[in-house]
Write a protein that binds this ligand. Sequence first.
Ligand code: BGC
Length: 769
Amino acid sequence: MKKPLAFKSAVLFSAIIIFCHPLKKAMAQKHSEEAKMNAFIGGLMKKMTIDEKIGQLNLVTGGMAITGSVTNNGIGEGVKKGSIGGIFGLYGTADVRKMQEAAVNGSRLHIPLIFGLDVIHGHRTIFPIPLGMSATWDLGVIEQSAHIAAKEATAEGLNWVFSPMVDIARDARWGRISEGSGEDPYLGGKIAAAMVKGYQGSSLKNADAVMACVKHFALYGGAEAGREYNTVDMSRLAMYNYYLPPYKAAVDAGVGSIMSSFNVVDGVPSTVNKWLLTDLLRSQWGFKGFVVSDYTSLNEVTNHGLGDLQTVSALAIKAGLDMDMVGEGYLKTLKKSLQEKKITIADIDRACRLVLEAKYKLGLFENPYKSLDPKREQTEIMTQANRQAARTTAEHSFVLLKNENQILPLKKTGSSIALVGPLADNKRDMLGTWVIGGEWEKSVSVMEGIKHLVGENVTINYAKGSNITDDTTFMKRLNFGPGMVSLDKQSPDEMIEDAVKAAKKSDVIVAVVGESQSMSGESSSRSDIGIPQSQQRMLKELAKLGKPLVIVLFNGRPLTLTWEDEHAAAILDVWAPGTEAGNAIANVLFGNYNPSGKLTATFPRSVGQIPVYYNHLNTGRPYTSGPTKFKSDYLDISNDPLYPFGYGLSYSKFTYSDVQLSKSQLKGSEMLTASVTVTNNGPYAGEQVVQLYISDPVASISRPVKELKGFQKVNLQTGEKKTITFSITPQQLKFYNSQLKYDWEPGDFYIHIGFNSADIKTAKVSWAK
Ligand code: BGC
């Protein structure tokens, strides 16, 4: 029976009321909280002197973390004077309490300090480096790692972390590629949001929540030639379509703060770039938090050629930089600039208000000591549960690059293994870059992990085999901290001889090689991204024996591995796995966990191919393999990378069906579903990352050959099959056009689904507006 119209609208009306009511309530609550905050901060700011306001903008280092030549002295006095707004690099409840008490009891207005630190992939319990973590393609695992880091950090008095680092990087020479999530804006955005959620939790007031700081805004990963701190020069289209999305995703996820980058954006250093920090970030994206400079990046604007410290500090405050890290440009010059009318009090007030708001949102005005419970410090750090989570995350992050004749997994009984390489019996290098709170003595070496797993059932013949590097000049650069890399007492030849002897006695060789801790990360660009010569020499001697050679590869970046790919039977990429390295590696080598990690940055064949990334444009003369002239290619090498984006093998064998589409013609906001059936035809249960790519072959601008638009991780028993379905709406077809308008254009699209960016099946669809 037809219902009367009045009845229908009544139902609709009450549905709207029911639907809107909780929403309205939440909005009203938010507004009243905001009003309360504004009233409180407004009242406080009325009492503040200009010096005290400028003091809030001054972030100093407590001395435990230093990445530049400048450090701060006399911190205690500064805190009492009100000339310091926050401290980073200081943690531990006793030390933090001392400083917080100095601020709250000793300063005129009792304003609490904010305490920050570079907590990048775990605080005390170290997780895989971010590039490795991204290879899990598992947002739940990533969010959990950030949450555990937040719990440990708050247990030591911290309330602010300088993470996530979301800089897109297409150049593996750049050492900081290790700190991000690789080359893809879509995946990078998802990971950025997951990390912000993991750190900040449901409320910043929670005892175990920290404020995140997304960095480095912006485009730092686009440094020319992959050289650290170098110039970035990029079109607005490249920015908007490829490099900016992860920062925006972090902003949309509610990140509380942002760090400006060292580089220039459109010729203007980020730290003083008004277009970047105000027009884009605040006006276009609606960011409401505060912006902090990078370590002395404000002072460095002078080197960029924009004037002396007073000039660049005035530029920065006007551009929208709120807090000055370490360099004291604001502290030393803003008052003078105000007196000289180069800036206004409104500029200082804006920045001061945003810093105070952050403290308010963290609940520090209510309880400045909220993270200072010494009991938590004793019970919540490096717990078994945290270590277990780090181990599982590491297992999920490993990428199996090669596995000839199913040499892996290794047998758990009755065999002998030559365990060789400078990273085999090594604890320090398990952790990777940026581990300020990490204690390498507590990490598990590969040797320990293997012995722990197989005990006496497998004979282990160990030899170090080589130094990390024999090049003493290079070694000096790597040793920025004590004892990072050293030369063995034995000569390189003697070491290789020992490794060969161990190998001769064994059924299989497991060589644990690659980059040490300080070979990637900040200030660690490399022009040659191969495994160091000393280790290659050892590998070459071992390969001559004709025994199966398994490489366990440590790396903070994609490496060039053409020789290794040809000569090793298997390569397991473990990045820098963190505290539980050895246990996780043993579990994967011996088949307790079937590898499922997938690359998030393309592995080039040689440095000459860089930049090499999967979502490139087509060019007018697209590459075709084979010796054709006048194509976009090289004379001496193929365009194809060694291992493409999204690549990673399993011990099992997965297959997938053709792509099934719900429709082939669509219009407007209709939804398309695309599916494939994935089958595990191999002998092991395992996980597979099913990846959705879309290409837009005709548009108003040249579009990438394909772009990642979705992914799902599926777990299948042997013989099991599952249908994986992706929902696609015009939202996934959008891009920034020449007018920087974000929209989609009607026409044909290719929908690709597969197991990596080069292994896909395709179906075509037409979409009208
Ligand atoms: C790095 C940042 C880091 C800061 C504070 C800088 O050198 O670029 O990533 O957060 O130091 O340690």
